[in-house]
Design a protein around this ligand. Structure first.
Ligand code: ZN
Ligand code: ZN
Length: 578
């Protein structure tokens, strides 16, 4: 079927005079999820992974994604396609190898300003050029393309906001004026949802209403969407302009300086406003990252309820045998669905048994998942979207009898986790500095992990958000109120994976002027069977016992309320002092 589609696409390619066309997985909003109407990559290639890009020329078709999808790319595509794993392979290098000269067509809605610049730079001194299309070539050949999301936006309940729309707009405009801009193009839907205190149901895993917006210095916000999708939300300070009029509206703003964020601004909009923009990271992203007291209370509350679902799942897992990985994902969804304020999973659950745990972004899929093996480890990374917050937690548990090596490795990952949890640091400290503190206990044992230590987390928004992160590339300083994950790991290919993840809130350190520390909000037992006391210092052991005492103090009453004696017995054993 994709052969016929490729044939049609090549006819469109010839019609517009281009030699190659790029088909990214993303939509104009650049989120991790896309609505079905935007999944052009799956339509043209058959590949259903969450990241990737296709390049189609007159006689070749190439698919690119990252290491977690190497096998899936090959399995889901026909012989028309060659599959390539990034970053070892790159789209621009492939294009230069396979086309000596010609035009590479892009849809400028689907490429950000910063990606466009990188892409163009890669073709310097080659015979290749970039061609901006005025329509998407895939859409022309996709007769049964699903309809775009049409559900209405909803007001984010006032009790969870902590700040009114007007207060947020005022704070954003104050900073906007400092930047010298009069208006700001809002190209990240999570920013617009936060600013307006709205949410939506447009994509899986994030309660987002997908739209672009324009913040104006008169204290109003334009939302570019169909009128009927927002007529039931609070209309205060809101102007609605249909997406079909967006370009005309923006073109009419000539002689006005507009702030844009190159990381999310589609090239088509940056190009339209060329000469009248100030480029900077979004001020809304920075404001949104510092959670207010009401949001922080929500983060704590949601994590307590989420912990009960996790505890019930872990007790069930220990009491079961012969399960498959997808059974765990399904059980978690079923248990979270019983929690007050639950909206959806915050991402597709990762449940990796044995060797699958070593594949960092492994996702168990019905039909291709494994049985949960015995005498090894099982890594479970999952989360929920709740009205008051977003959760993200990883626990690694022993199934059967763990080896001494597994216990050694788990204990070292725990040491790294404790190192970050306990860190006290001066204001201005960046994520990269904290990343090194976290890894130090692993490095000391000749261990490491090939992913970041932590990412920002939204409140009833995206589970991954900026601007701060804790990683080798973390250049942003942490600030009080930010919510970040603490998720060091260790992975042995072909054997098992270990990760321990809690969410942390950054807070001023008591009695230490100018210093910050963390509060952990995730309260779920760590697997005591995997701890080798020979490798814990007395301070680390005290941390572990204090942590379990805190879990017992806060979560036990909620477990008792459920009236399930088996779960309570499991919980009491799991939180015992060591
Ligand atoms: Zn996670
Ligand atoms: Zn995470």
């Amino acid at each position: 079927m994709t052969s016929a589609r490729l044939q049609s696409l090549r006819e469109e390619l010839a019609r517009c005079g281009a030699d190659a066309v790029l088909i990214p997985r993303g939509d104009c909003f650049q989120g991790e999820e896309v609505p079905a109407s935007e999944d052009r990559l799956a339509f043209i290639s058959g590949f259903t992974g969450s990241a990737g890009v296709a390049v189609v020329t007159k006689d070749k078709a190439a698919l690119f994604s990252d290491g977690r999808y190497t096998i899936q790319m090959a399995a889901e595509t026909t012989s028309d396609w060659s599959c390539h794993t990034m970053p070892e392979a790159s789209v621009t290098a492939w294009l230069k190898d396979n086309l000596t000269a010609g035009a590479v067509a892009i849809d400028p809605w689907l490429m950000t300003l910063s990606s466009y610049r990188q892409f163009q730079k890669a073709f310097t001194d080659s015979g290749l050029s970039v061609m901006k299309l005025d329509h998407n070539l895939v859409d022309v050949i996709w007769p049964d393309r699903p309809l775009p999301p049409s559900q209405p936006a909803w007001d984010y309940p006032q009790q969870y906001q902590g700040q009114s729309r007007q207060e947020k707009i005022t704070a954003a405009i104050t900073q906007l004026k400092d930047s010298g801009a009069r208006q700001m193009l809002i190209t990240g839907p999570d920013q617009l949802n936060w600013l307006l205190n709205i949410r939506g149901n447009d994509i899986p895993h994030s309660p987002l209403f997908l739209a672009f917006g324009l913040l104006r210095d008169d204290g109003t916000v334009v939302i570019f969407t169909e009128d009927d999708r927002v007529k039931s939300i609070d209309q205060n300070a809101l102007t609605v302009i249909p997406p079909s009029d967006m370009l005309d509206h923006l073109a009419g703003l000539s002689r006005m300086t507009i702030a844009i964020d190159p990381a999310t601004c589609p090239y088509v909009l940056a190009d339209l406003l060329d000469g009248q923009t100030v480029e900077a990271a979004s001020i809304i992203t920075a404001l949104k990252a510092r959670k207010n007291p009401v949001e922080i209370a929500g983060v704590h509350h949601a994590h307590r309820r989420d912990a009960v679902a996790m505890v019930r799942m872990l007790a069930w897992l220990d009491a079961s045998s012969g399960l498959r990985e997808v059974d765990v994902a399904e059980k978690l969804l079923e248990l979270r669905a019983e929690v007050d304020g639950f909206i959806s999973a915050s991402f597709a659950t990762i449940c990796g048994s044995g060797p699958n745990g070593a594949i960092v972004h492994y996702r168990a899929e019905e039909g291709s998942d494994s049985e949960i093996l015995t005498d090894t480890l099982c890594l479970i990374d999952s989360g929920g979207q709740y009205l008051d917050a977003t959760t993200d937690i990883t626990r690694t548990v022993a199934i059967g009898e763990p080896t001494a090596q597994m216990r050694h490795d788990f204990t070292h990952v725990l040491k790294a986790h404790i190192a970050l949890d306990q860190a006290v640091f001066p204001k201005g400290t960046t994520g990269a500095q904290l990343d090194a503190i976290t890894r130090a206990p692993l490095w000391a044992a000749g261990m490491d992990f090939a992913h970041g230590t932590g990412h920002g987390v939204g409140c009833c928004l995206n589970v991954h958000e900026g601007p701060a992160n804790i990683s080798k590339r973390g250049t942003v300083a942490l600030e009080a109120g930010m919510v970040l994950s603490n998720e060091p790991g260790h992975y042995i290919e072909g054997q098992y994976g270990i990760r321990i993840e809690n969410l942390l809130v950054v807070r001023p350190e008591d009695g230490r002027e100018g210093y910050l520390g963390f509060d952990h909000v995730t309260l779920v037992p760590m697997d005591r069977r995997l701890i080798d006391l020979a490798h814990l210092t007395s301070d680390e052991l005290r941390w572990l016992n204090d942590y379990h005492a805190r879990v017992a103090e806060v979560i036990r009453p909620l477990v008792v309320d459920r009236g399930d004696d088996d779960v309570l017995a499991w919980f009491d054993a799991a939180t015992q002092r060591i």
